[in-house]
Design a protein around this ligand. Sequence first.
Ligand SMILES: [Zn+2]
Length: 96
Amino acid sequence: MKIPKTIKVGGFTYQIEIVEGLWRETGNWGECIHPLSLIKLDASMVGQELSYCFLHEVLHAIDMVFTNRVLDESCVSGISQGFHQVFGDMGIIFER
Ligand SMILES: [Zn+2]
């Protein structure tokens, strides 16, 4: 499944940007910037890494919009790994 240019989370439309050099500049493979409704993903990622990172940042957006950030980083990582595995087993991989 192709990563969309935008996703709706609650009443917010998040832009999805594939960014060259994000990891080099920030040390992050992905970022979810809530005040800008923006998700950035490092352009060097492919395959499973990109798919996982997309799900991870989407979960940050869902956590912010629907639960006001109740999940800490390890919860977001664990839950998004779970979605990545379950979706992957169903053949659902998010790609460019
Ligand atoms: Zn995170």
